[in-house]
Write a protein that binds this ligand. Structure first.
Ligand SMILES: Nc1ncnc2c1ncn2[C@@H]1O[C@H](COP(=O)(O)OP(=O)(O)OP(=O)(O)O)[C@@H](O)[C@H]1O
Ligand SMILES: [Mg+2]
Length: 278
């Protein structure tokens, strides 16, 4: 059974540019008939130019936004319009990692409390003490020193913060993680370390990796889906799409980015610091 499946998924949002004096603003279509299937353990890249609907699709797939048409199945269950109280127990199985960890991590909380919060909220631990022990285990999984537990988000580097974001996302052992542009804004070697970490973790969970950087999708993902103006123009195994893109839009996206040779295995480089090697 697929982990996640979208059939003819549509999403329309209120048009922010139109502000009528009375009544609701008109809806503007954002996603137009998306079909996709995500199998357990699989990683799917979502690519497309800015404004093509990648983030909106990620939000819709995890029901952070409610679709306005079509069907969304999570582990075979129809969650398209499932109300929040019924959705809540499923939420621990689906996690979203945001692009900017500084704005998604509470600046007034120490790292250990940030990591303890989902564990306590979903009753995975009984006491605060137990939660703090688990928080340190999570730091270890993302290769951060246990001493970071008592730091605040602003006391970490961008890459370290993103590791905390990943640690928080994996705390509840989700079935699927959506990572939205999580390496943009980091320098190339930090990017490689974060990608290496994701590669290591994705063996257990299914991953949806949103990126405008096709070279990154190519090394990390099994399959790729290309979005243009809210619709899928092409999807399939990375090897196939990158070797023989069928759609002119995909070809244009590919030609815009110098791709490293995937055979060189640049992500598995051994010149990375020891603590981030698998
Ligand atoms: N809350 C909203 N209300 C109305 N329109 C929105 C909303 N959020 C996004 N949009 C519009 O939906 C379209 C898709 O936006 P989205 O953020 O999903 O694109 P994206 O592919 O993630 O872009 P980027 O690469 O810049 O992050 C855009 O035209 C955007 O203006
Ligand atoms: Mg986006």
């Amino acid at each position: 059974m697929p982990l996640l499946a979208a059939r003819d998924l549509h999403l329309a949002l209120p048009d922010r540019s139109a502000r009528p004096l009375f009544g609701r603003p008109p809806l503007t279509p954002i996603l137009k008939g998306i079909d996709l299937v995500l199998e357990p353990g699989e990683s799917l890249g979502i690519v497309g130019e800015s404004g093509s609907g990648k983030t909106s699709l990620g939000h819709a797939l995890l029901r952070l936004l409610e679709p306005t048409g079509g069907t969304l199945l999570f582990e075979g269950r129809d969650i398209t319009h499932l109300p929040e109280p019924q959705l809540r127990p499923l939420r621990e199985g689906m996690q979203f990692i945001f692009q900017d960890p500084l704005s998604s991590l509470n600046p007034r909380h120490r790292v250990e409390d940030i990591l303890a919060q989902p564990l306590l909220a979903f009753l995975r631990v009984k006491t605060r003490k137990e939660a703090r022990i688990r928080a340190r285990e999570l730091l270890e999984r993302v290769h951060l020193p246990a001493a970071f537990a008592t730091r605040y988000p602003h006391e970490l580097s961008g890459g370290q913060r993103q590791r905390v974001g990943i640690a928080r996302a994996i705390a509840l052992k989700p079935r699927v993680i959506v990572a939205d542009e999580i390496v943009s804004g980091l320098d190339v070697s930090t990017q490689a370390q974060i990608l290496l970490l994701l590669k290591e973790l994705k063996r257990e969970d299914a991953l949806i990796f949103i990126s405008h950087d096709l070279s990154v999708v190519r090394v990390l993902c099994d399959r790729v889906l290309v979005l243009q103006q809210g619709a899928v123009v092409e999807q399939g195994p990375c090897g196939q799409i990158f070797a023989r893109p069928q759609h002119p839009y995909t070809r244009a996206l590919l030609s815009a980015i110098p791709l490293p040779d995937p055979e060189t295995g640049w992500i598995d480089r051994d010149d990375l610091p020891v603590e981030v090697r698998p």
